[in-house]
Design a protein around this ligand. Sequence first.
Ligand code: FUL
Length: 466
Amino acid sequence: MTCPLAAWSSSALLTASGAVPSPRQLAAHRRGTYGFVHFSMNTFTDREWGSGDEPATSFNPTGFDAAQWVAAAKAGGLTGLILTAKHHDGFCLWPTATTTYSVSASPWRNGKGDVVGELAAACKAGGIGLGLYCSPWDRNHAAYGTPAYVNVYHAQVTELLTNYGELFEFWFDGANGGDGWYGGAAETRRIDNATYYRFPELWAVCHRLQPNAVLFSDGGPDIRWCGNERGVCSTTNWAKVRPEGFAPGVIPDFTRLAHGDADGNVWRGVEVDVSIRPGWFWHPTEQPKNGAELFGLWLSSFGRGSTLLLNLAPDRRGLVPNEDIAALADFQAKKAAFTAVDIAAGKAVITDAARPGHPGGNLVDGNPTTAWAVPDDLTTASAEIDFLGEERIAGVRIDELISLGQRVEAFAIDLWHGHWLEVHRGTTIGAQRVIQLHPSRTTRLRLRILASQASPVISRLSVFSG
Ligand code: FUL
């Protein structure tokens, strides 16, 4: 005979399905929207990819102020900044022991400056995270292409991991154009992206020295690229992949990078990187995107389950230009206005099924660790909210409880207009799905899960009037 208590417990007990995020991957999802900073030699030479022969003396910001970058980031609601500590030209923004091609050879702060150090201190003071990017490709270094350079590169990354406090992310770029200055050789050097840099060995060092930092590259190992720099990720977005064959600069299938793999065996969420300006670096003739465009990019990246890495481009003073700060502030205002009023919060939720201990009310309790869940044998379900009066509806946010895996394959949103009218149909949900709807007035909203790899576990349903 089944003990009723045991039956209750086993049905209430929620277990993971498929690949799940590690603690640092979960933290990366929660970081949400954060910033990139491209500021280096190229800022002074009006280039995107420096050749590596630009004199170190060209780097000379007149008013560098890392606290101003942090204030700009915060105006845009960015939760951290990832700095190009070294871009492809090889110029190091910190006083490294590995090369003389660095801020130490520049006139800035009489050769005593450290951009990485000043930004680390400013991020800490401002309460936002710090991440770093150190380009594997180095168009300055004479030994580039030989095993000796790879030791130099590993030493550079190790310095950055060791000397600047806690990092939330380390960024591994996949670009390699072949030609460069290379200590004066000025030639084309080809390397095998998959093997040359000894990435697995370096990543083990990163994880040992900075266990909370996620490692980004085209294919991971912790978070992956979306496959474009336009700020748009795929509407079907699985945060899991089959990783074989991917490496920084090695992308066997762009579609799989964009969608992830529905049958992926490891967790690997998408990060969408896009610049506030046409280029990654500041150029005198370029202008930033406006707040509405940035809000659109937020919807097409974060809104599709990804994180958003929005690039800032400080100018030759070493400051984020005022027009960029205005755009960031407008972006933040638009985001805040859209999400300000959650008319679902605390409302009664009627579901067609719920597991004991995981009622529909968990969708609207404001607690990201509780969820509405249905019995194991169900892969479809619906939840309905009555607003107890007519409300303006302009958008919704749905979150899966991804600590237990990503499951939902198809969903729909219906509004009550005397009958149920389907106003949105989507595929994956993942960490979060934010959908802007054509604004309308209604009394009830229904979420239908139409297909799911395992019984759906949904932690949030917000309905925005904004
Ligand atoms: C690319 C680089 O080649 C660009 O210059 C930029 O740094 C971008 C974020 O990544 O691969």
